[in-house]
Design a protein around this ligand. Structure first.
Ligand code: ATP
Ligand code: MG
Length: 355
């Protein structure tokens, strides 16, 4: 899949911006505060339903305006599609091919996006939620039926936790715990399948980007010697006291190990960035191999935290991966000898193709 046209209206500092990217490597350069991150963010918000740097949607609307819009024409194996997002009054409305879309998945399945930005380290140094999200997006793109199992699991989890809080301790919990066990099995298996596909690719990127072996392992969030149902039934008192369900795939994690040590808190910021970038690159390649369809990879501020040699390695990896890549940097010289397919200058919220 490649974005053939992107139109952005009143999104952050961007007024009206039209971009016709190449299907391969696109490079955007411009000074601080020119709007580079905002441009990538606009595309990401459309594909993922949330920003990679803001939790509230209203901050995305340009100051003094009522609504922000992002419209994409994309081209994939299934043909061309149009997807649009309008944010106004704290609400986000999505459209796919002119029809209202009921949820993010309708856009996300057509427009897979991943991002490597200066905060990508959080994937390694942050909490398990980041890593679960990382893994779950891959599972979603490769096995769309995962979403159904995930929603049913979440529903049962909400019911069980609510019942515990209301004082329930007996049989009324059984159906929800049984449902959780059933869905957890599907979720754990799908995650493990995806991770098994991702692991060797991440290892390859790890050795080319930082000469280190990156090992990833799934931690299910519940013990392996008994079924989740048994563990839930045995943990009712504790969970009621804590007011939450502490076992299950909603507590899963991906264990990241590099240089034979736990990666978190042990490696430098630059190394963490390269570990996280290897994870994203591996995910990107896995999805492409498993589905035959590539996503769009957004790389914001490519040289942040990296020395020249390491930026060079990252750029080399980016030019070798399949699919469309959007890279930003402050200056043209930041990408050395790399020859992008199309280059754009970003200046005060305007984006101009450079010939
Ligand atoms: N809702 C908004 N309305 C108007 N301007 C905004 C809004 N949100 C952010 N901005 C401004 O948009 C400008 C561009 O921000 P952006 O982060 O896209 O720049 P950038 O080119 O990525 O800069 P850097 O190189 O420093 O990362 C900033 O000056 C920021 O203050
Ligand atoms: Mg930026």
């Amino acid at each position: 899949m490649a974005v053939r046209k992107l139109r952005v209206e009143d999104f952050r500092c961007l007024g009206e911006v039209d971009v016709d990217p190449a299907t391969g490597l696109n490079f955007f350069y411009g000074e601080n505060a020119s709007g580079k991150t905002s441009l990538l963010e606009a595309l990401f918000v459309l594909g993922r339903g949330r920003s990679f740097r803001a939790s509230r949607k209203d901050v995305l609307i340009r100051d003094g305006k009522d609504a922000a819009r992002v419209i994409v024409r994309g081209e994939g194996h299934a043909g061309t599609f149009q997807a649009g997002l309008e944010i106004s009054g704290g609400r986000a409305e999505l459209r796919v091919n002119g029809e209202p879309a009921s949820n993010v998945a309708d856009v996300a399945e057509r427009l897979p996006v991943e991002v490597i930005d200066p905060d990508v380290q959080d994937l390694v140094s942050g909490g398990p939620a980041e890593r679960r999200r990382y893994l779950d997006w891959s599972v979603f793109h490769v096995e769309p039926s995962f979403l159904g199992a995930w929603r049913r699991y979440q529903r049962a989890l909400r019911h069980r936790t609510a019942l515990l809080r209301q004082g329930a301790r007996g049989r009324e919990l059984d159906p929800w715990e049984e449902e959780m066990e059933l869905r957890a099995r599907a979720i754990d298996e799908a995650r493990q399948r995806a991770l098994a596909g991702i692991v060797p690719l991440v290892r390859d990127f790890g050795s080319s980007l930082l000469d280190a072996e990156i090992r990833l392992a799934y931690r299910a969030g519940h013990g392996e010697d008994s079924s989740l149902g048994t563990q839930l039934a045995a943990g009712r008192e504790r969970d009621a006291k804590m007011g939450q369900t502490v076992k299950g795939p909603h507590r899963a994690d991906v264990h990241v190990e590099v240089f034979d040590r736990r990666a978190r808190g042990r490696v430098s910021r630059g190394q963490q960035k390269l570990v996280a970038a290897s994870m994203i690159l591996g995910q990107h390649r896995y999805q492409a191999e498993a589905t035959g369809e590539t996503g769009v990879l957004l790389v914001d501020d490519v040289s942040a935290e990296l020395d020249r040699g390491r930026v060079g390695r990252l750029l080399e990896a980016l030019s070798s991966i399949p699919g469309q890549v959007w890279i930003t940097a402050l200056d043209r010289s930041d990408i050395g000898n790399l020859q992008p397919d199309r280059m754009f200058h970003v200046e005060q919220g305007k984006v101009t193709a450079v010939v």
